[in-house]
Design a protein around this ligand. Structure first.
Ligand code: NAP
Length: 331
């Protein structure tokens, strides 16, 4: 069994606290630092992705595990049942749509996430996508590299500054996007379930009306059942042939097949996408489109932010196992 940490826990009361890090996409520097920080805090870390056989691990060691740190794959009720002494799920991310929070509540398992520390990065990426898609920066880079500049100038593109951006979900990330867009002298409007008090942006109670009124529609709401397929054919039609859809939230919010059709048929102008319905699989049609910029779900993927996220995961776990209030609980 792969483990990290001395087991001489600083955080635990009755012997080492066993933590399962459960992301299949976990191999990489960010998760490596998270595992180091967990070990430094005194936790015994089991890396699920390194187990030869997950079923054997759950059967032999499942009862030792008191905490799980998942990534995008989340934790369902079945996995909770295989970890009978699980007390807390400390998500390595702000979006916890892949964690069955009701199943956790039913079992008395706490859930935490990593809000705020990543908002700047994700908002930066939203602006980068708006700029890239509108000015075709990725395409222009290829144009230079492929020697095409010597054959003629790159086609003229569309301006970003001064345009109107609609934000679906004016939460922490949505507001960080709004303040950046304001610095570009853009008009900002938003849609959510409720009008927010104390924000200077125009509220639209209808998402279709917001899409009609905007040049860019940026999705910044959570994933999950309540937002599934909010951005449908009607919304895309409303955004229109000059409109641009930017999604840095979750692929599940968009009807991806309708997005592909709208782009292919010119009913939607362009798109900048960090997230997809069936990651890491991205529709072949999208990959071929020049009016689309594609990113491999990297909204929070900077060294600085992943350090902060890892610290927050550790702070939540340490607080829980010391009987203190959780810094960022969701359940
Ligand atoms: P947040 O502060 O909770 O904001 C979410 C906003 O969405 C809230 O303002 C909420 O407003 C709105 N909302 C919730 N349900 C809605 C619904 N059914 N219809 C319309 N609006 C709805 O969350 P955050 O920290 O900004 O994060 C937002 C999401 O970004 C995360 O959940 C995650 O999925 C995604 N994310 C992606 C990346 C990436 O790598 N691309 C990184 C981090 C986060 P109301 O309650 O007023 O409706």
């Amino acid at each position: 069994m792969e483990q990290a940490g001395s087991g001489e826990g600083k955080a635990e009361k009755d012997g080492p606290v066993h933590v399962l890090t459960a992301s299949p996409s976990a191999v990489g520097p960010a998760w490596g630092r998270l595992v180091e920080k967990l070990a430094d805090a005194g936790f015994t870390v089991h890396k699920l992705w390194e187990q030869a056989d997950a079923d054997t691990f759950f059967a032999n060691d499942g009862d030792q595990i008191k905490a799980v740190v998942p990534g995008h794959e989340g934790v369902n009720g079945e996995m909770m049942d295989r970890l009978p002494n699980l007390e807390i799920i400390a998500n390595f991310g702000v979006g916890y749509d892949a964690i069955d929070v009701n199943a956790a509540k039913d079992r008395g398992i706490r859930v935490t996430n990593t809000p705020d520390v990543l908002s700047d990065d994700v908002a930066d990426l939203a602006l980068a996508l708006m700029l890239d898609v509108s000015r075709r920066l990725t395409l222009a880079d290829r144009y230079v590299r492929e020697g095409k500049w010597e054959e003629g100038n790159f086609p003229i593109q569309r301006k970003v500054s001064g345009k109107k951006v609609g934000i679906l979900g004016l939460g922490r990330i949505g507001q960080a996007i709004a303040s950046r867009a304001s610095a570009f002298h853009m008009k900002v409007a938003y849609h959510g379930r409720h009008e927010k008090s104390g924000v200077p942006y125009e509220y639209h109670s209808s998402l279709v009306d917001l899409a009609k009124a905007c040049d860019f529609l940026v999705i910044a709401c959570p994933g999950g059942a309540s937002t599934r397929h909010l951005v449908n054919k009607e919304v895309l039609e409303a955004l229109g042939p000059k409109g641009c859809l930017v999604n840095i939230a979750r692929g599940s919010v968009v009807v991806e097949s309708e997005l592909v059709k709208a782009l292919a048929e010119g009913r939607l102008g362009s798109a900048g996408l960090d997230v997809f319905e069936d990651e890491p699989r991205v529709p072949e049609e999208l990959r071929k489109m020049d009016n689309v910029v594609l990113q491999p779900h990297i909204g929070s993927a900077t060294f600085e932010t992943r350090e902060d996220m890892a610290d927050l995961v550790v702070r939540n776990l340490t607080a829980h196992f010391s009987g203190k209030e959780l810094p960022t609980p969701v359940a």
